[in-house]
Design a protein around this ligand. Structure first.
Ligand code: NAD
Ligand code: MG
Length: 386
């Protein structure tokens, strides 16, 4: 890259945040960092803000602002806290915003970055799943470039380049199957949080790790793909591919299938968004196919892992239903991680919340946030009687 580009990173202290900043660190001269945010993690955020000479550091949780201010005193980095401050910082104009907050909590700031017309590299799938057309309409209205960071969607995006979407026969999302791919229902029922977050191929935040174990991650990605790539829902498929070498595939009507392969390292898809439409170096290990030896594929088992079915049905229902699914799943995953419910109750709670609440289609961001809040409340109530 020839000229300096400006970047804001929402969710700087997480796993995607770490990977993004590693790429920026190795390409330092080409980047100006404006906003770095976290929920709290004030000390880590302050350290990063100082290292990357950020313009502003923001904590979503206002209670963490005094600590952030203390760490940033005398550094020249602005400190801010609270939901509004986070949205305002996200609305600052930059060349690229990396949206890497986890959960629907990232929706409002991501929408502000879209509105500003910043190119948005989207990792925060829950935001797109919840807002759906409300987000894609805003993207179209402001002529924003939305680049998928999620490895599957990034793969599909690359496989679609130079082709006509009308020529697509299938889009196939690959799924590793997670740490419990071969477990029986009884074993799933007894699975602990520490087993669930130990993903065989990827090193990720706790929530997405649990989502990978339930396969809800693939369910959310199914809905994400539907919004990113305009094909009919029945052209979207999921296949289990335990090695996570093929990150997804597009089959065209002439019978050609294009696939994107790479190491299981999020720096690869992130780099492709940061440098888009060019390429940049990464220090990732090259793909060693001879060492990998074999690639295998299996049909998903929706008896043991009902989450992909719930997501497909939610996508078909449309409107506010995916936001309900996402909210219920966020509540359920947090409860599982806190030891309140068993692993198999995660999808069950989402299913019950979906049965209990069928909201009208949201038209605005506030509508989406209202559906999200109501679904959380209802899932929370069911948790108490679970
Ligand atoms: P993580 O838990 O490691 O990090 C989340 C970040 O969001 C942290 O910086 C945290 O401080 C911030 N955050 C959390 N709650 C917040 C709130 N209420 N308000 C403001 N900030 C908040 O998560 P992650 O694994 O980096 O994932 C981030 C997003 O990227 C998720 O949507 C995930 O699905 C998606 N994603 C992650 C990976 C991966 O490999 N980690 C891959 C694909 C997609
Ligand atoms: Mg993914």
């Amino acid at each position: 890259m020839s000229e300096t580009r400006s970047i804001s990173l929402l969710g700087a202290t997480g796993s995607i945040g770490d990977s993004t900043l590693d790429l920026i660190r190795n390409d330092r001269a080409n980047w100006t960092v404006r906003t770095l945010s976290a929920n709290c993690s004030a000390e880590k955020l302050a350290k990063l803000a100082i290292e990357f000479e950020a313009e502003i550091a923001v904590v979503g949780d206002e209670a963490c602002l005094p600590e952030l201010k203390q760490h940033l005193a005398g550094t020249g980095v602005e400190a801010a806290g609270g939901r509004e401050a986070l949205c305002d910082a996200a609305a600052r104009s930059v060349d690229i915003t990396v949206a890497a907050i986890v959960g629907c909590a990232g929706l409002a700031p991501t929408m502000r970055a879209i509105e500003q017309g910043n190119t948005v590299a989207l990792a925060n799938k829950e935001a797109l799943v919840s807002a759906g057309e409300v987000m894609t309409r805003l993207v179209a209205k402001h002529g924003t470039t939305l680049l998928p960071v999620d490895s599957e969607h990034n793969a599909i995006f690359q496989c679609l380049a130079g082709n006509n979407i009308d020529d697509v026969r299938w889009i196939t999302l690959t799924a590793s199957g997670g740490p419990f791919r071969t477990k029986t229902w009884e074993e799933l029922d007894a699975a602990t949080p520490s087993q669930a977050v130990a993903h065989p191929n990827w090193d990720m935040g706790a929530k997405i790790s649990v989502d990978s174990a339930t396969m809800m991650n693939k369910g959310l990605e199914f809905i994400e793909a539907f919004h990113l790539f305009p094909v009919e829902l029945d052209r979207l498929r999921i296949i289990v591919h335990p090695q996570s070498v093929i990150h997804s595939m597009v089959e065209y009507r002439d019978g050609s299938t294009l696939a994107q392969l790479g190491p299981s390292d999020m720096r690869v898809p992130i780099a492709s968004t940061l440098a888009y439409p060019a390429r940049m170096d990464t220090s990732c290990k090259p793909l060693d196919l001879a060492n990998i030896g074999e690639l295998s594929f299996f049909a998903p088992d929706e008896e043991r892992f009902p989450a992909t079915r719930l997501a497909r049905e939610s996508a078909h229902a449309g409107g506010g239903t995916p936001a309900v699914l996402n909210a219920a799943n966020e509540v359920a995953v947090a409860a599982f991680l806190a030891g309140q419910i068993r692993f198999t109750q995660i999808s069950a709670l989402s299913a019950r919340t979906l049965d209990n609440y069928a909201p009208p289609a949201p038209q605005t961001l506030d509508d989406v946030l209202a559906v999200d809040a109501e679904a959380r409340a209802r899932a929370g109530e069911m948790l108490e009687i679970a």
